[in-house]
Design a protein around this ligand. Structure first.
Ligand code: HEM
Length: 130
């Protein structure tokens, strides 16, 4: 199965796990004070819904969708707006992979590798807008 399809199926299992997004933000916020600082004024309930769609955009990009949505994320996360420094995406990726391993019961080395491939491709588009 292609990396994009492995990821699509894994993401379906993750989204079916009720506290997937709670776990992700718990890990992500715990990873650095720099991350916590960025979310001090954020409505985290709304943010979890936005991230659900944001990850879907990364997955759909790997399946051939044009990069319009990811370029818009690149713009909102750029130095003129949210100012998310490129190295912070490493923490984001680590927190997400950890959360996937915990919530997707079928996650193995192949699924993790497929996620890495798919996410890195989309993250590169977002970082390019910094
Ligand atoms: C907002 C997705 C990485 C911090 C958002 C939004 C989405 C999103 C969909 C809301 C819409 C928007 O503002 O454009 C993603 C995805 C990421 C990512 C898919 C990884 C590929 C990061 C990282 C940080 C971050 C690494 C670092 C702290 C924020 C903040 C907001 C935000 C502070 C605004 C929260 C607020 O409204 O108070 N993100 N993001 N994001 N993101 Fe990200």
């Amino acid at each position: 199965m292609s990396a994009a399809n492995l990821v699509m199926q894994s993401y379906g299992r993750c989204c079916a796990s009720p506290d997937f997004f709670d776990s992700f933000y718990r890990h992500f916020l715990a990873s650095s004070p720099l991350i916590r600082e960025k979310f001090v004024d954020t409505d985290m309930t709304a943010q979890k819904q936005l991230l659900r769609q944001g990850i879907l955009n990364l997955v759909m990009h790997a399946r051939g969708m044009p990069d319009t949505k990811l370029r818009a994320l690149g713009e909102s996360h750029s130095r003129q707006h949210l100012d998310i420094r490129p190295e912070l995406y490493d923490l984001w990726l680590d927190a997400l992979l950890l959360t996937i391993s915990e919530h997707d019961k079928e996650c193995d080395a192949d699924v993790r590798q497929a996620w890495r491939e798919v996410l890195n491709k989309g993250i590169a588009v977002i970082k390019a807008g910094y």
